[in-house]
Design a protein around this ligand. Sequence first.
Ligand SMILES: NCc1[nH]cc(CCC(=O)O)c1CC(=O)O
Length: 321
Amino acid sequence: MKNAFSSDALLGDNVKDKIVIATRESQLALWQANTVKAQLESLYPNIKIELLGMTTKGDQILDSPLSKIGGKGLFVKELESALLDGRADIAVHSMKDVPMAFPEGLGLAVICEREDPSDAFVSNQFSSADELPIGSVVGTSSLRRSCQLRMHRPDIVVKDLRGNVNTRLRKLDNGEYDAIILATAGLIRLEMQDRIQQRIPDTISLPAGGQGAMGIECRSDDLETLKLLAPLQHEETAIRVTAERAVNEHLNGGCQAPIACFATLTDDQLWVRGLVGSPDGKNMITSEIRGNKHDAKSLGIQLADDLLAQGADRILAAIYD
Ligand SMILES: NCc1[nH]cc(CCC(=O)O)c1CC(=O)O
């Protein structure tokens, strides 16, 4: 007989004694999975939390630019297979990498509190994007980052840069680039803040939708896991990321597209900014909208509609070609 006052009893009869977290094996992915593991362990001391490490397509294909490999969810498909066939119960993602649509049977359970969402300017010689000498070589594989950087500094040469955070830093240190752009959140999580020369202002580099936020995916019918995960939801982050993802979804663009969107919340007021740019930085369409936080999704859709009305579809069509 269960004690009526135990947390097990509150969850009903079908009580889990183990949760398996599917995760990529990059240092950043492992940090994120381990953070969620620690949070769940402190909430539920009686449940065993295990990691299941996996390699995804995005980790394997390192020799071509991400935008060319294409395919949404390059970093999440294998993890989702593990959820669907029951090898794992949850997957921890960077929200930036999570496609808008989930496979049948899976869904987003929670969005966790956001880390600094900015892009970081990283260099061994220069302290900001403005200080780079004319013709400097900057590494990034993100069309969003390259189009904004080239808009701000048309003289700069952008060179493709792939690999996990450590690989990218090594390539910088080898002298292949004068500077590189990485997500501030990733560097903070890996305790490499000292590498950050500048948190690039969002007026120069507007972040990607979801940047800096983690999300947890699970089987939609796994009500027990959904309930266990609920305390990890951070409402403010969830509202902001919901608006940002609605922009991406309505533009039909994945994390590889030259799309930026960023929402901030002040009391109940949501301010959403978005842009679509051509990778050469010669053409940029911007828009913004303000409204109530309860309308997060529709604000994102309206913003995307405005970008489309201004011609964003033509820029995006040229890229997907
Ligand atoms: N596309 C890879 C990726 N996905 C999430 C992060 C950083 C962490 C985050 O945004 O939460 C990164 C690395 C980067 O962009 O430098």
